[in-house]
Design a protein around this ligand. Sequence first.
Ligand SMILES: [Zn+2]
Length: 367
Amino acid sequence: MMPVWKNQYPGTTGMMGRRRLNRTKVLRDSARVRFIAVAILCGLIVIGLIGCSRTRLERGQWQIERPVTEAHPIKIVTTTGMIADAASEVGGRWVSVKALMGPGVDPHLYKAREGDVLLLADADLILYNGLHLEGKMTDILKQLGDYIPTVAVAEAIPESLLIAPPEYEGNYDPHIWFDVRLWMRVVETIRDVLVELDPSHAADYRANASRYLQQLEELHEYVWNRAREVPERIRVLITAHDAFNYFSRAYHFPVRGLQGISTAAEAGISDVRELADFIVSRRIPAIFVETSVPPRYIEALREAVRARGFDVKIGGALYSDALGTPGTPEGTYLGMVRYNIDTIVSALLQQPLSQYGIEKQSGRASI
Ligand SMILES: [Zn+2]
């Protein structure tokens, strides 16, 4: 069945003239025409001529009409590497996946380049996080969603499971991937979308998802048990920005970030002072930089702690908002989460615990 691609730009009169741009045309025409179409799309977005009142392309209209084969897989474009990894795991050989944001890239500050827009316009499916993670790309992603199947995977999670920090002005925290069980819901969403797009391989998508969900369940238990190794008195994760609130809630591991939810916020001198006092009072042995955030605030915090006569270590660089290098263990979601918890626990336990008047706790807690 042909999907219905009726959507068009309404009300785009004036200098631009009234234009009709539909999905079929974007897909069928030459690259040159596609480039022009995308340029028009971008231009309309930038000058604000596109309203929000159109009928969006809705679920139920997403089935791909061409046969999906290994030679002609479903073209998926994602924003973050975490989402790309999940899509690759579930889609297997029937998908080709590209992530716009590579290792070390900060999604809060990332701006789409021309090549990104071309990739997005040529996709069969766009997956992004949503909840304002991709702060500078949200408008483009929402507009493309009128023409191309597009899912904000974090926004498919029930709101009752999301964290709404009071300091984030009524928005939800977007860093859902550090609660592995929440991320499992994302995997289920991707599975359901692929089944809708390509029902001919539904059994494969379900089997791939089932296998991957099992691995994620094991990862969840691993993180829980490793977190329990750190005595409560020094069980605090201190990082550059507030990326770990879901980790904190899921694994009962208090967190403190210097910059707030988005890296677009600046850390103030009073934030540094307050956190330095806290570290000294609790004698927290280690704080952490992040691979996608410049380390200057954490280094300033370390200096402030030293000025108070206590030496806090930089415990390592955590993968907060981006995966590691492809081909390394940290280049996958499973490896990234495992690396982070191993780094956190070993850095916090690097000092003899007797120094803190603490005996190491042992035993496995229940989840
Ligand atoms: Zn972040």
